[in-house]
Design a protein around this ligand. Sequence first.
Ligand code: GCW
Length: 673
Amino acid sequence: MRKLTPILFLLSAPVGLHAEDGHQLWLRQQKAVPVTVVAAAKNSAVLASARQELQQGWQGNSGATFTLTLKKDKAIKYDGYRISPNGVQASTEAGLLYGVFELLRRQQTGQTAQAGVSNPSYEYRLLNHWDNPDGSVERGYAGQSIFWRKDSSFVTTNRDKTRWREYARANASVGINGAVINNVNASPLILSAEYLARVKAVADELRPYGVKTYLAVKFSSPALLGGLKTSDPLDPAVVKWWQSKAKEIYQQIPDFGGFLVKASSEGQPGPQDYGRTHADGANMLADALKPYHGLVMWRAFVYSPTDKDRAKQAYNEFVPLDGKFRDNVIVQVKNGPVDFQPREPFSPLFGAMKKTSVMPEFQITQEYLGHSIDLAFLSTMWEECLQSDTNQAGPGSTVARCTDGSVYPQTHTAMAGVANTGLDRNCTGHDFAQANWYAFGRLAWNNQLKSAQIADEWLKLTFAGATGSAASATTSPDWNTNFLAPVKQLMLDSREAVVNYSMPLGLHHIMSATRGHYGPGPWWAPPKMRADWTPGYYHQANENGVGFDRTKAGSDAVSQYHEPLASQLNNPNTCPDEYLLWFHHLPWDFKMKSGNTLWNELCAHYDKGVQQARQFQRTWDQVQPYVDAERFAAVQNKLRSQSGNAVQWKDACLLYFQQFSHLPIPATVEPPM
Ligand code: GCW
């Protein structure tokens, strides 16, 4: 990665995504040995990137000749590749670049470079940035936007360009090939000529790394920006407005990716304002983008204040529309039916829409998992969702297979992650939050990867050599035993620890609203605003027990799942403990599978979470000799705050629930492993 000059560094306070030592993400400068790169293709910007990566990162045989071959091959899908120790073959330029990054990763992590083909699970692998044109980032915990800033949206500096390139490079290194660069709560201004000029400037920098630019659009833009009387998707003037807007965009950005739309959701305008359906709205936009091969990603994040159970609405609104969407529409579904909670069952929409392209949306930024203060490696959470069996087409119809084209003949396949990037010096706020960006890309490329492997790779790339022992560190037994093993375990345990100290046993949405969803708040609700915000809506605690009754006798959300899952979830004795209070309202003395009462087990989980957070501190303290001073101290400080947060969660929630349970907090109760 190019070094910034000292002058630039001094001039800039927060400088995210740059090459300053210690903040290079997982792309740390290696001492490269010479390699001769032969490209059997005409030179292009993407190819130039591939060549440059090889030359600055090659760790193979010194003086080797490496060939980049652009050639069709039946075994290669999308931008997949075939690699061997001496070359990469692909049918797209991006494929060549991904093959190069894979080879370099293997060299740097000490894996043997076996020959073989690697195809991506999903055709589109996208980051969604909830970045506002004024530079703020909704649910962003790593500083201001890397794309936008107040009052200067139209001036693109060299520093902007460098940053965007480095962002694109990091994405390409894990196979991410698209970025939606503005918030889904979109400003209509994003489609104005002035803003589109900025979008073009971004697109020009992302392109050499194979990353396409997309925009989130506001459904009422024709009225708000275009001055039309309506934004009704069936109105001919509205249709024409979007067509000419599409033309205007593609004239400037010929490879523009398409639109992401949050409509008729959380107060955002949408087709329902005009008595139309989601399909009417999505199809109108899809038709406007079709001539340019653009995509519409239409979000299914819908719920309404009048719902008795908000978890049911997306399924109710979207399943009847199955088969009614154009083939360049993908319905984008959050992993769970409520909202990115520390643990949710998978959304019942996965697998239920059989004639529609459906894509998972994960949240990389840690809105409900401790912002950039708490360490939570989210790969395990995403792996859990992807491997959940929907049973929709018989056993083995996992969320992964229902979305990647293995089960249903989807026209397009995709996966999106809500980004955690910002101008902070380490790009993601917490040094370990970089691992979540990395993991998202790796899982979007291969949805069967195991979190242990991802953590292993990321730690080797990010921390090996940090104390000066360079690449050999990855093979040193000392480093493996004393750093890699314990820190990997910490990462793999971290998300469950957050679940334990915040919302165990299927509890959800009991976080503080006043502190931006950080810390506990089971008691909180703004008076008389929304039905789903009344105190206790989500946990339903009272003298009789706790939990949301979504059984057949309750809201019947269980019936949105395919048998045999529906029956399994419907019965508290067969419902997995981790989803128990999601689906059931149970008495405080309910007998758990472990033999504990529900109350005691709840207490034990909260306590376990606190103990885990404290153990993370001890683990980290012991690896000090293997980490540079700056990152060591930064992580140490954050782990201290996390422990405090865990204690607050435990104390607040147990005291709160105790007013209903009237039971003592047991001195020692072991939760089951
Ligand atoms: O998770 C919730 C967030 C909102 C977000 C919304 C969404 C962008 O609290 O900040 O808005 O979901 O996903 O649309």
